[in-house]
Design a protein around this ligand. Sequence first.
Ligand SMILES: [Zn+2]
Ligand SMILES: [Zn+2]
Length: 267
Amino acid sequence: MAYSWQIPNIRSTIKLINYFFEQLLFPSKCVKCGVYLPPQIAGEKFLDSFFCDACTGIGISVIDSPYCTICGSTFPNSSDKGHVCETCIRTPLCLGKVRAPVEYKGIIQDAIPLFKYKSKLSLLKTLEPMLFNCFLQHYEYSNIDLILPMPLHRHKLKQRGFNQAYLLVRKFEKMFAKKRGLSPSWHLDLSSLKRIKKTAPQTGFDIKERKKNLKNAFQVVHPKKIKNKYILLVDDVFTTGATCNEAAEELLKNGARQVDALVLART
Ligand SMILES: [Zn+2]
Ligand SMILES: [Zn+2]
């Protein structure tokens, strides 16, 4: 008992020594251009620590109020109070609200495609907590029942090898329990919604074309599980919102009470 304080100390010293040798033998490289990065101090990693100075550019743009109370888009005039934006008035979303920690610009615009298309999964070390903190900020006290990562079509899942939305939330339950010391009242749902249509990439499509491309793309396979539930859809990027909205429409049609979206970045 008298020496119990030494145990965590020894552990953290071993961890530091391991980290030192790891840095020496396998120095980190910039995830974008591949140049070697200077040795980094062990501890919490931030997104810019994965990039060299030249690639860090403008860094990240954190989303702060004022923003649209529905779709979460920021208002250029910072003296504006939060209200509903013109796009949401003209073309209302099926989603209750959309929240994101950062705007899709700067290094996040590099980080997400590197994570998604080049399998730079080490970036999850910062992307995951970034999304989790945003979740706590907006949803900790909002009676969410289910967190539903946006499903991929089975062909795309096979081709990519992973579902990026699932990787972003797979540790949420553990992270919540660790941070708050109790089990969450919500849980992950990986089976209720399926993507049944192989859609063309949305890039280059306008809003109408995106909507048409996504028509009947989703199917609820377990309506009982979602009946009367408050669902939080999770995806990586929100551009026009066509994908999230189509999925929300399908969930609401099948009895969900409310569907919101949490995304890593929005344009
Ligand atoms: Zn670089
Ligand atoms: Zn809006």
